[in-house]
Design a protein around this ligand. Structure first.
Ligand code: 2PG
Length: 240
């Protein structure tokens, strides 16, 4: 599940690694999402979040609603949102207007598109953030493409999520639009075109069941709430 709506989502800004809170609507989305998880009988045995508060808080709200605040939690920078570099904090509609629809789409959704990097002072501040202290400084990126994100997410899938799934656990990942696109690219074995067309709405649980070889039974998974596909189209249209 992607976190609930954040303050910068509501403003229509690129967010990336900026640590912004949820809006009241985002909190509400997350509680509703947890209710659909409960209706589906999918009580998680373990939860994973990024190091950003919109993911952490969404997971807490969901687990609180499910009365599962006690389950093991693992947080990782590998699940953080994509580093959007110089686009961080910018209004999407302004960027689209300045750069044109083709470049905007290339930067936002293509496999290899990378905008300009984060300015040096902003990168230095991020690298000094105590939450990234255990990382090699160059692991905190100045900008990332979706392909870079896939490289970042693969070890988490292989070393952390796969062993839990193999052990039969129901695993809840509460992360971000682009870290979840990267995870979907890995587990659904998406082509570049498919990854480019994938948009993930906030607070919409997406269910994946796997066979013994960890291949998804339903490619692309199934949204618990049937209205989620229409909400994904709204994400695609952001900035238009
Ligand atoms: O701003 C961001 O970090 C992401 C998610 O909110 O935006 P986009 O959907 O445009 O990749």
């Amino acid at each position: 599940m992607r976190h609930g709506q954040s303050t910068t989502n509501a403003e229509g800004r690129f967010t990336g690694w900026t640590d912004v809170p949820l809006t009241p609507r985002g909190e509400d989305e997350t509680v509703r999402a947890a209710r659909s998880i409960a209706r589906e009988g999918l009580l998680p045995d373990v939860v994973h979040t990024s190091l950003l508060r919109r993911s952490v808080h969404s997971a807490d709200l969901a687990l609180g609603t499910l009365d599962r605040l006690w389950i093991p939690v693992r947080r990782s920078w590998r699940l953080n949102e994509r580093q959007y570099g110089a686009l961080t904090g910018r209004l999407k509609h302004e960027v689209r207007q300045e750069a044109g629809p083709g470049r905007y789409r290339h930067w936002r959704r293509s496999l290899h598109g990378r905008p300009a990097p984060l300015p040096a002072d902003a990168l230095a501040r991020l690298r000094a953030d105590p939450r990234y202290a255990a990382l090699r400084p160059d692991a905190v990126p100045a900008v990332e493409s979706l392909a870079d994100m896939i490289t970042r997410v693969v070890p988490y899938w292989t070393d952390v999520l796969v062993p839990q799934l193999r052990a039969g656990a129901t695993v809840l990942v509460v992360a971000h639009g682009n870290s979840l696109r990267a995870l979907a690219a890995v587990l659904d074995r998406l082509t570049g075109d498919e990854a480019e067309r994938l948009d993930i709405p906030t607070g919409a649980p997406l269910r994946h069941d796997f066979d013994g070889d960890l291949r998804p039974l339903v490619r692309h998974g199934t949204y618990l709430d049937p209205g989620s596909a229409a909400r994904a189209d709204l994400v695609a249209a952001e900035g238009h």
